[in-house]
Design a protein. Structure first.
Length: 178
């Protein structure tokens, strides 16, 4: 009889454990990168939404102020150091008064003809207004200069480093044309 010497081909336990360990480490690395990507994308989306909301509100306010006939708030008492106010009223080219103020964590634009509408979204959409401040400055040669400052944030009960929080400061100035 002829006897063959068969060697069986198989993996040892050590080879299997080493392969499983390396695969687990590789999967952990890939998962960490994926989670980091998702958190960064979420943070960027929130920043973009807050930036768009704040920029839109700032553009509407500066346009109305630039074309206003006059500012009827405490700007009449402003000097070189400025007069700070939490709300601002202006008389538009149509002769109607419009007031910008903070109502329910939103920038509100109120007028007799158009009622009240909001320039920023608000709590239901996540944007929260903080520190709305108008500063009027008197100028020697005519129109007044108004500086507008406010902060928009997404969640006020989250830490600054939370991926669910975005906070941006907005600042702009405008000179009245009329």
């Amino acid at each position: 009889m002829f006897v063959r010497d068969h060697q069986q081909q198989a993996f040892t336990l050590l080879e299997l454990l080493l392969t499983a360990g390396l695969t687990a480490l590789l999967m952990l690395g890939v998962t960490t990168l994926f989670i980091t990507f998702l958190l960064t994308a979420t943070k960027n989306r929130l920043n973009q939404n807050v930036r768009e909301s704040g920029t839109s509100a700032m553009q509407k306010m500066t346009e109305l102020l630039r074309n206003a006939n006059s500012v009827s708030s405490n700007c009449t008492t402003a000097d070189e150091s400025g007069a700070e106010m939490e709300e601002l009223s202006l008389i538009g080219p149509d002769g109607l008064t419009t007031t910008f103020s903070e109502i329910d964590d939103k920038i509100a634009s109120s007028s007799a003809e158009n009622g009240t509408y909001f320039l920023t979204s608000g709590e239901a959409d996540g944007d929260r207004l903080r520190n709305l401040l108008f500063t009027c400055y008197a100028t020697e040669l005519g129109p007044k200069y108004v500086n507008i400052n406010f902060t928009l944030s997404t969640l006020d009960n989250q830490s600054e480093s939370s991926p669910n929080n975005s906070s941006l400061d907005f600042n702009s100035g405008v000179s009245l044309r009329n």
